[in-house]
Design a binder for this molecule. Structure first.
Ligand code: GLN
Length: 485
């Protein structure tokens, strides 16, 4: 039996292969990872506990523990969405995505920290404290799935679930040097995922490798009658095996990567090296145009808050979590919501309520919907000429804790390159592509490369990402530490 450090160096697919080969048992794997989770000094976990997964032969994921973002309802296990207003809430049921994993034999490995209600790009909006980036503990891990990304990058979990509304899987994956996949809207059921902006929210995996992302996607995807927007994928996802990009066409949109959009020099260098690598692997790189994509952030910050203001109306102190008593019902609502929600959530509720109010609806909400349609059409047109659209995932490497908390706009711009794909509903993956020094100097940090595909093009997306991943040979933090580097 390998020592637990060795188990904790394996990817999810390697772990399963190890169990199938009889090198160690599911129980040994779960125990090793439970120990890793317990050593969390990043504040990556809000609840540390393990459920299931240790039984031999309970499914093909038997022995694989998955860390779960605290936005997924888990039956009988605290679920806060990073908010005080849900403190103490234990859902009576589990999210479909979580259920599918456990039905396949996987275990649940803790609940991970996150920006409150998934609103944020640094995890600093969590009511339960920020999370450190394991590459540099003075920096953010990204957000809103910051705990999930830090846990996987920091060797505390082999893989994790996240959610992505405008970039919350891809951006933290990029900042932590791991893989993050946002599937097509509708590929995985949203049932039991606490709603932020329902027309954009999508569940997906944060993993060590592209193959691991494929493994989890296949288990979780599929139609679910409890989410009427879920459709699943057309065919089962297979583990990707491509090693070349012969004849595959990649489009670079000037609107998202042009000289004037604030991409850091180091990030741009890694992006350009990756484009050269695509050509070396037989792929073609062309310019494409997404004429409305640069308006993505503006449209998103009308639409997402509008949906949030409606979704968050249910937290009134009556049914879940926190209640702050008062003399009458309305005062109870007011006090509960004033004390239960943090400042960013309040800002979103106010923005959204304003955008939806009579007299402003057409000027803001209806207009933003039109922009959204234009952006979706831009991608459809671009995909006439190329197979994929590529950008840096984040314009910057991980920034210092506190650097953007006083400046919401600079925080919102973290998602400049990821929001357009969310608005279009298309799948996109971030893979680690290299390292770059931050502009203020200091040790080098991971840079993510984003690849976006047409709706339901996950298999092709995973194949291309896998070929690139094999060629890049990025050394993850756990691999560096494993070598004592
Ligand atoms: N950072 C974006 C926001 O704050 C996206 C968050 C997400 O994808 N959940 O809304």
């Amino acid at each position: 039996m390998p020592a637990s450090e060795e188990i904790c160096r394996l990817s999810a697919t390697e772990l399963i292969a190890g169990i199938e080969a009889g090198s160690f048992s599911p129980a040994e794997s779960i125990e090793a990872w439970a120990g890793a989770m317990e050593s969390d000094d990043l504040n990556a976990f809000l609840w540390k506990g393990v459920e299931g997964g240790a039984e031999q032969g309970s499914g093909h994921l038997s022995g694989l523990p998955v860390a779960i973002k605290d936005i997924f309802c888990t039956s009988g296990i605290p679920t806060t969405a990073g908010s005080r207003i849900l403190e103490g809430y234990k859902p009576p049921y589990s999210a479909t995505a979580v259920e599918r994993l456990t039905e396949a034999g996987a275990g649940l490995l803790g609940k991970t920290n996150m920006d409150e209600f998934a609103m944020g790009s640094s995890n600093e909006n969590s009511a339960y404290g920020g999370v450190s980036n394991p590459w540099d503990r003075t920096r953010v891990p990204g957000g809103s799935s910051g705990g999930s990304a830090a846990a996987v990058a920091g060797g505390l979990a082999p893989c994790a679930l996240g959610t992505d509304t405008g970039g919350s899987i891809r951006q933290p994956a990029a900042l932590c040097g791991i893989v993050g996949l946002k599937p097509t809207y509708g590929a995985i059921s949203r049932f039991g995922m606490i709603a932020f902006a329902s027309s954009l929210d999508q569940c997906g995996p944060l993993t060590r490798t592209v193959a691991d992302a494929a493994l989890l996607l296949e288990v979780m995807q599929g139609q679910d009658q409890r989410d009427s927007t879920s459709v699943g994928l057309e065919a089962p996802i297979e583990l990707p095996s491509s090693t070349d990009l012969d004849g595959v066409r990649f489009g670079v949109p000037a609107e998202l990567v042009g000289g004037d959009v604030g991409i850091e020099v180091g990030v741009r260098e890694v992006f350009e090296q990756t484009l050269s690598r695509i050509e070396e692997l037989g792929g073609e790189v062309a310019e494409v145009t997404l004429p409305h994509a640069a308006h993505g952030i503006s449209a998103y910050y009308v639409l997402a808050p509008a949906e949030a203001s409606s979704n968050l109306a249910r937290y009134d102190g009556v049914r879940y979590g926190l209640r702050v008593e008062a003399d009458d019902l309305v005062s109870m609502y007011e006090r509960t919501r004033s004390e239960g929600f943090g400042p960013e959530v309040k800002r979103r509720i106010m923005l959204g309520t304003y955008a939806l109010s009579s007299g402003y609806y057409d000027a803001y909400y209806a207009q933003a919907q039109k922009v959204r349609t234009r952006i979706a059409e831009d991608f459809t047109a671009a995909f006439q000429g190329v197979d994929f659209v590529v950008t840096p995932t984040s314009p910057t490497v991980a920034f210092p804790l506190g650097a953007r908390t006083q400046d919401p706009l600079s925080m919102y711009l973290s998602d400049f390159c990821t929001v357009p794909m969310s608005l279009a509903g298309i799948p996109a993956i971030s893979i680690p592509a290299g390292l770059a020094a931050p502009p203020e100097g200091g040790p080098e940090l991971p840079v993510g490369f984003q690849i976006a595909a047409p709706a339901f093009g996950e298999q092709d997306l995973l194949e291309a990402a896998h070929a690139l991943e094999m060629s890049i040979g990025f050394q993850r933090l756990d691999q560096r530490e494993g070598e004592g580097a």
